[in-house]
Design a protein around this ligand. Structure first.
Ligand code: GDP
Ligand code: MG
Length: 277
């Protein structure tokens, strides 16, 4: 069978998670953070009869990392068991300092690299020209809309070119603990935490964790999720909540949108902030 591990890298919000969710689509077998690390790359497995692809959705590479190890995580993934790298860009956003960081990391990687230009469903604004120079550095260039499922089969067929013959990389039965799928508490928690990192950026308190207390379907067809962001000091709690609750609201709505996308469910996210010394 043809197999391979594919890392998705790019700055935050370019659409990495949307892409991996929709590439794996209905075929999703397992989504699981790597068991032996506490960092939060999400692993998702695409399987068909004769192909297995393990997608690794790395946390976004930040210009100024909100947590010391977050860029390291993306770099670590690239050094390790990766066969192919997808570099995702959003042509509707200007190139920035962050993009240079990502490029710096990518240039050191000697593996097949595919440039994925995302959000082609949006025509304006477009900074597509500013990214042209990149194309020479990549083995393939594919334009997609992760959200609208556009050109994803083309991207898959590009990925297939770089897979190798081998045994399955991941065997579902061998996964530690029952394989975690998209509606697991762990996945939900990681997602909320990622959004908190994004929203808080440099103000981020060092210790912040997420506890998911309840995940339950409701009669109206919605999924009810109750979660707590837990930090160590009252000052941090205020920071996370923000003026008039603006920050926690933003974190919640970003997480909700991504979880809705991942699960195909309407979600009601009940998010609170707590102090635990
Ligand atoms: P990540 O931080 O790189 O994982 O990005 P996400 O997958 O969380 O996406 C960030 C935002 O971009 C979300 O609001 C997505 O709905 C949106 N998005 C992702 N892909 C597309 C796309 O192809 N077109 C449009 N218009 N929006 C997209
Ligand atoms: Mg993401």
């Amino acid at each position: 069978m043809r197999v391979g591990t594919v890392a998705l890298v790019g700055r935050p919000n370019v659409g990495k998670s949307t892409l991996v969710n929709n590439l794996v689509g209905q075929k999703v077998a397992i989504t699981s953070p790597k068991p032996q690390t506490t960092q939060f790359s999400i692993y998702a497995v695409y399987e068909s009869e004769d192909v297995q692809i393990v997608f690794v959705d790395t946390p976004g590479i930040f210009a100024k990392a909100p947590r010391k190890d977050i860029n390291l995580e993306a770099e670590r993934v690239l050094k390790e068991q990766i066969d192919i790298v997808l570099y995702i860009i959003d042509h509707t956003r200007k190139r920035g300092i962050e993009e240079n960081r990502v490029l710096g990391i990518l240039r050191k990687v000697q593996k097949p690299k595919i440039l994925v230009i995302n959000k082609i469903d949006k025509e304006k604004p477009s900074f597509r020209q500013d990214y042209r120079f990149l194309e020479d550095e990549f083995d393939s260039v594919v334009e997609v809309s992760a959200l609208k499922n556009k050109n994803l089969p083309i991207l898959l067929s590009e990925i297939l070119k770089y897979l190798h013959e081998g045994e399955k990389i991941v065997i579902r039965e061998d996964m530690p603990t029952p394989a975690i799928n998209l509606d697991s508490k762990l996945y939900i928690g990681e997602n909320i935490r990622e959004k908190a990192f994004l929203v808080l950026r440099d103000e981020l308190p060092y210790s912040i964790r997420v506890e998911v207390d309840d995940v339950a379907p409701r009669k109206n067809g919605m999924f009810y999720i109750k979660a707590r962001l837990i930090t160590t000091v009252d000052r941090y709690k205020k920071m996370i909540i923000g003026a008039g609750g603006a920050r926690i609201k933003q974190i919640g709505s970003m997480a909700r949108r991504e979880l809705e996308l991942a699960t195909g469910q309407k979600i009601y996210l009940d998010l609170k902030v707590e102090v635990e010394e």
